[in-house]
Design a protein around this ligand. Structure first.
Ligand code: ARG
Length: 458
């Protein structure tokens, strides 16, 4: 823009203007930018750096700009470099030369740092409410699942019976950690950088604490060089988002597997599935697949900003403009994923019969048979060996453990008695009574805690 070309004697080429402009994406920061400017203007007046009348004129003009942007009449002129310049240019048109006072004791470097912190704080709160929403859906399904059981897996091989509610609540635990991680990230975003100027601070008697209070920040930054060039808070947001997206992709993968006809554990609601354009029998879990896929871009954005920041000398460098699209896209992707997943989970129909049938396959009670022998006096290692042979025999004979007779059991150990036939999935699960175990009583405790957490948040 010519009015800030300063010592430069040539206009930038059109390609350079396009290359360097961030307006197309940072216009999204308009509300935060105006909010920051209003606080800054009030502080300047309070400190007698500008007059109250000037601050009022600036505030009036800024609120007109805000209205224009919100009702769609604001013209984003592509030749203006970024949202800060676009708003200032319009402010000149509305209030005249007094607009030039707004930038007193401020640089776009501390201004953009402020805008990004304001945005990140809001983004974190929005994601946290999305997390709560998905948690509610999971807890609702866990409640409904009551004592339904399915095989729990390790190595994707049937391992031991678990309650469906237990399985669903495992995701609640992950999301709880995500929620807490975002809280922690919030604390470091919640620091006010204005007053850092371009890099060295400002040579006016500013009241930075006042601005912090106006904008609801917990504190002010302690070093101006760091404040204008710190994007850790963006990286932390992206790191938290990446872990959360990774969790969503695990849930997605399970739903993809479970909805296959091989598993048949769950049926997606038609609203969350798609047909095939060629195979009429198909009901594809595209929503879950896309959730799994979109996690890749969120992880990618984390890497992108880390690499952008790596090796940057103090203080502000224009490279840092690249933080925005990464943050915005990761945020949009994660919040949409959380919303869609909440609906998808809420409408899942679990097939307990198929789960029950799977429990009968895969010798899932072998550990319980070994535990049985331990209770009858065998050492666990002996019991493990005996049960291994017993399972080998059953596989060979094409029978489930259930179908073996007491006599067949006794071929492997005389410790087997008729009560070996009481071993069942339900008994197996019921025996896992340790805190955090899959026994119905323990799962009920988990559920109660989860419900309390959600109720606290309502
Ligand atoms: N668009 C810039 C960014 O996003 C704003 C700060 C520009 N500062 C500067 N000295 N050019 O980082």
């Amino acid at each position: 823009m010519s009015h800030i070309r300063g010592r430069l004697q040539k206009e930038a080429t059109e390609a350079v203007v396009r290359y360097t402009s961030s307006l197309a994406f940072d216009k999204r920061l308009y509300k935060h930018d105006i909010q920051g400017s209003l606080a800054h203007a009030r502080m300047l007046a309070k400190q007698n750096i500008i007059t109250v009348a000037e601050a009022d004129a600036l505030a009036g003009g800024l609120s007109v700009v805000l209205d224009e942007i919100e009702n769609g009449t604001f013209v984003f002129r592509p030749e203006l470099e970024d949202i800060h310049m676009a708003i200032e240019a319009r402010l000149f048109e509305i209030v005249g030369s007094v607009a030039g006072k707004l930038h007193t004791a401020r640089s776009r470097n501390d201004q953009v740092a402020l805008d990004m912190r304001l945005f990140t704080r809001d983004a974190i709160r929005q994601i946290q409410s999305g997390i709560r929403n998905l948690e509610r859906a999971l807890v609702g399904q866990a409640e409904e699942a009551a004592t339904v059981m399915l095989p729990g897996y390790t190595h994707l091989q049937p391992a031991q019976p678990v309650l469906l509610a237990h399985h669903l609540l495992a995701y609640f635990e992950m999301l709880q950690r995500d929620y807490a991680r975002f809280n922690d990230a919030y604390k470091r975003a919640d620091v006010m950088p204005l007053g850092s100027g371009a890099l060295a601070g400002a040579s006016y008697d500013l009241d930075r604490e006042f601005v912090a209070r106006e904008l609801g920040f917990a504190s002010v930054t302690g070093n101006s060089l760091d404040a204008v060039s710190d994007r850790d808070f963006v990286i932390e947001y992206l790191a938290c988002a990446s872990v959360c997206a990774m969790h969503l992709s695990r849930l997605a993968e399970e739903l993809v597997l479970w909805s296959s006809s091989e598993f048949g554990f769950v049926e997606m609601d038609d609203a969350y599935a798609t047909p095939s354009s060629i195979m009429p029998q198909k009901k594809n879990p595209d929503v879950a697949e896309l959730g799994r896929g979109k996690s890749g871009r969120i992880l990618g954005h984390l890497m992108g900003v880390l690499v952008t920041m790596k090796g940057l000398p103090l203080s502000y460098n224009r490279d840092m403009q690249e933080d925005k699209e990464a943050l915005f896209d990761a945020h949009d992707t994660l919040s949409a994923s959380l919303d869609v997943f909440a609906g998808m989970v809420r409408t899942l129909k679990f097939n307990s019969r198929n789960m029950q049938r799977s429990l009968g396959r895969g010798y899932i009670l072998a550990t319980d048979v070994a535990d049985y022998l331990v209770r009858k006096g065998a050492s666990f290692r002996d019991a493990h060996g005996i049960t291994g042979k017993l399972v080998g025999y059953a596989v060979e004979a094409g029978k489930t453990l259930d179908e073996l007779t007491r006599e067949e059991y006794r071929l492997f150990s005389t410790l087997f008695d008729s009560d070996v036939k009481t071993i069942s999935s339900a008994a197996s699960a019921a025996s896992k009574k340790v805190p955090g175990g899959t026994a119905p009583g323990q799962v009920a405790i988990q559920l109660k805690k989860a419900r309390e957490i959600l109720a606290d948040n309502d």
